[in-house]
Structures are given as structure tokens and as C-alpha cells.
Design a protein around this ligand. Structure first.
Ligand SMILES: Cc1cc2nc3c(=O)[nH]c(=O)nc-3n(C[C@H](O)[C@H](O)[C@H](O)COP(=O)(O)O)c2cc1C
Length: 125
């Protein structure tokens, strides 16, 4: 199926690795990127369980062109900056995923703190 997508000049395909519940349920392809990535000739994005280091490794080996982030981005609105300066990451609050916040439905999506950057930082410009 992935090979059949090649003639369509798509912007990219995004291949998601199985998450913990998928693995526990069984009958999943693991890993997805190394199994399917080479069938696509255009831009391949990989996703699922990556951090900065694992993501950089996949790009360095050429297996993927780009890496996308879900949970880390939810918890870190300034994730690219944090990766650039090797800052600590906010932990994700799983209790508020999928709108499970008790009263305020936005809780957990809009209130994670951004880095407090020094005025001399490159990012203050
Ligand atoms: C709270 C939450 C909501 C998500 N919503 C979507 C969605 O609407 N559409 C989608 O394709 N993936 C959605 N995902 C999956 C993510 O895009 C991503 O594939 C997954 O979280 C694995 O990547 P990660 O390990 O970087 O989080 C969601 C994930 C989370 C945690």
C-alpha cells in the first residue's frame, strides 16, 4: 500500500510506531519505520515514543527525514527551543489528556510553562 502512494507526490507520510497499549494488545508490526519506511520514496516522518536523542538518531541514519512529537509537545509548548538549549522537559500530565480535566477542559493543554529565557539568550530576539 505504501508503494502505491509513491506516484501521488504527497507532502509526506507519517509512520507511527506502536505505543504501549498497542504492544500489549499484540498483533502489531514493530518497528514500523524500519519495516515500511524504505517503501516510500518521498518524505518520511516517524512518530511514537521519540525523544531528542532517538529522533536525531533516526534522521542521522537516513531512515526518516523528520520526527514528530505528540506527548512531549503537549507538555512543552516550546519543545524546539528546549531541544536546542538541552533544557529539562515538563513531564506530561496523562490525567488531562483527551479532555479529562475535571472542570476546566483546557487544563493540561494550555497551562504547561514555557522556558523563562534570560534576556541575553539567543532566543530573546
Ligand atoms: C492527548 C493526545 C491526543 C492525540 N490526538 C491525536 C489526533 O487527534 N490525531 C492523530 O493523528 N494523533 C493523535 N495523537 C497521537 C499523536 O499524534 C502521536 O502519534 C502519539 O502521541 C505518539 O507520539 P509521541 O510518543 O511523541 O506522543 C494524540 C496523542 C495524544 C497523547
Amino acid at each position: 500500500m505504501i508503494e502505491a502512494l509513491n506516484p501521488f507526490n504527497l507532502a509526506y507520510i507519517d509512520l507511527m510506531e506502536p505505543d504501549k497499549p498497542d504492544l500489549e494488545a499484540g498483533k502489531v508490526i514493530n518497528p514500523v519505520l524500519s519495516t515500511f519506511g524504505s517503501f516510500y520514496q518521498g518524505t518520511v516522518i516517524t512518530n511514537g515514543g521519540y525523544d531528542k536523542s532517538k529522533g536525531n538518531d533516526k534522521v542521522a541514519t537516513g531512515e526518516a527525514d523528520l520526527v514528530s512529537f505528540g506527548k512531549l509537545f503537549i507538555a512543552n509548548p516550546d519543545l524546539p527551543k528546549r531541544f536546542t538549549v538541552n533544557a529539562e522537559l515538563n513531564p506530561s500530565d496523562f490525567k488531562t489528556f483527551y479532555g479529562q480535566g475535571e472542570k476546566d477542559l483546557d487544563k493540561g493543554y494550555t497551562d504547561y510553562p514555557s522556558l523563562e529565557l534570560q534576556p541575553s539568550s539567543d532566543f530573546s530576539r
